[in-house]
Design a protein around this ligand. Structure first.
Ligand code: YK8
Length: 177
């Protein structure tokens, strides 16, 4: 896998969770800018295992000349029961892109860790991994992996940049420097 984001933000851990994993204004705007449309989402539901799950469906806009311009996608998110409100949150998001070439061969797992580092700060780490349901030919596999990494890198760089802007806005408003 790869580590795409690893940074401390002047944003409270619970606020970071709210920004990324609820129907927040921040995330709705981010999806608008990324041209992710038609998003539907279930609410967080507790499982018998103690973890929470929700599932999202949306259409992504792709700027990779090898692929069609749009794809529907499903994202299944799990908030692990080891998470502690306000202290740390671990969310795994499995993303299936349904309309790209070889879509039945692979999916992506993004692991988001939000760790409180002080009252007003948290560290956000995002790891991602490309997983295979069945083994494609070697050259197909490297093709998928290469194209996935570049798309993911672009997405998470952008997310990080938007979070840095949000941090400025939140800090300006709070008056505690
Ligand atoms: C989520 C991983 C692969 C896919 C894409 C597929 C190329 C197909 C390879 C061919 C277009 C929002 C990505 C990047 C689309 C976007 C997905 C996003 C960023 C040429 C063989 C969508 C996180 C996420 C996970 C997986 C990403 C796809 O929240 O390259």
């Amino acid at each position: 896998g790869r580590l795409y984001v690893n940074r401390v933000f002047r944003i409270r851990a619970e606020k970071m969770f709210e920004l990324l994993f609820t129907d927040s204004y921040f995330f709705r705007r981010f999806m608008d800018v990324r041209k992710i449309t038609g998003c539907t989402s279930t609410s967080w539901q507790r499982e018998t295992s103690g973890s929470m799950k929700r599932s999202r469906n949306y259409t992504i806009t792709i700027n990779n000349p090898l692929v069609g311009k749009f794809s529907t996608a499903t994202e299944n998110q799990t908030l692990y029961k080891e998470s502690r409100e306000g202290h740390y949150y671990i969310v795994d998001a499995e993303v299936y892109t349904h309309d790209v070439p070889y879509h039945d061969y692979f999916y992506t797992v993004n692991r988001y860790c939000i760790i409180r580092t002080s009252k007003h700060k948290c560290r956000l780490r995002i790891y991602t991994d490309v997983k295979y349901n069945k083994q494609p030919w070697g050259f197909v596999k490297s093709f998928i992996t290469k194209n996935s990494w570049s798309g993911l890198e672009d997405y998470f760089r952008h997310l990080e940049a938007e979070l840095l802007e949000e941090e400025v806005e939140l800090t300006q408003g709070s008056g505690d420097g």
